[in-house]
Write a protein that binds this ligand. Structure first.
Ligand code: 6PG
Length: 233
């Protein structure tokens, strides 16, 4: 597997590339898992101006904070404000992780919802596309360096704990992320330049970073970055 390293001058360029990849979709409905955090905000906004068959997409998340959907830290709230409220889609297209629920039962419920909507391959659901961010500690989704077992879990999603805040999260696990047809790491900013280079070139502490182990089984892996994040590549 050779990952595709792609650099764009700005958020507009990154958004245009994501549109290209979305437009390549053949099968419908198309299962797309969104990432959280801050990076996607401006990208989502740019996507709302593009001609995309939004009605063909089923929206999921790679991870969610265990908070209510109106909480400032909710990845669902971020997507609603920066994407869903600006495009025409039906509620049934949105499969949010219910952060307000008991985490253990929500992990079970969300796995069932994913399995009900996605094709399976060797007992695991296959997303058409998973968007991922990259933390400065090398985490992705909510798979943190002190919880590497989540990379090999036999469950589709599990509870994770943010190592600094102790906040509970629900995250897709390594095997289901790796099953996806298209895995997109979308990373911007100078602060991520060293860790991306360490991961891509397998240098420094790359073995300690969960993102280093996200290699697609049968699909494609894209590093979609801006010029700052890719400055050491
Ligand atoms: C989350 C994310 C997480 C995020 C990275 C990068 O719920 O926070 O899914 O994996 O993508 O921490 O976050 P930034 O885009 O804010 O740098």
């Amino acid at each position: 597997m050779k990952e595709k390293l792609e650099t764009y001058p700005d958020i507009q360029g990154i958004s245009n590339r994501i549109v290209d990849l979305l437009r390549k979709t053949t099968n419908t409905p198309y299962s797309l898992a969104l990432s959280g955090g801050n990076t996607p905000k401006r990208i989502f906004e740019k996507l709302t101006y593009k001609k995309i068959s939004w009605n063909q997409i089923q929206f999921f998340w790679g991870d969610e904070r265990c908070v209510p959907p109106d909480h400032s830290e909710s990845n669902y709230k971020m997507a609603r404000e920066h994407l869903f409220d600006r495009i025409k889609i039906q509620d049934h297209q949105i499969h949010r992780i219910k952060g307000e629920n008991d985490p253990a039962s929500e992990a079970v419920r969300y796995e069932k919802e994913i399995r009900n909507h996605l094709d399976q391959y060797r007992k695991l659901p296959v997303f058409d596309m998973i968007m991922l961010g990259l933390g400065e500690d090398g985490h992705t989704a909510s798979i943190f360096p002190d919880q590497m077992y989540l990379l090999k879990s036999d469950k589709v999603c599990e509870i994770a704990i943010h190592p600094e805040t102790g906040q509970k999260r629900i995250t897709l696990t390594g095997p289901v992320i790796k099953k996806a047809k298209n895995i997109l790491f979308i990373v911007t900013g100078k602060t991520k330049s060293k860790i991306i280079a360490d991961i891509v070139y397998k240098r420094g502490d790359w073995k300690k970073y969960p993102a280093s182990y996200i290699t697609p089984e049968n699909g494609e892996l894209y590093w979609i970055t801006d010029s700052e994040a890719s400055s050491l590549l």
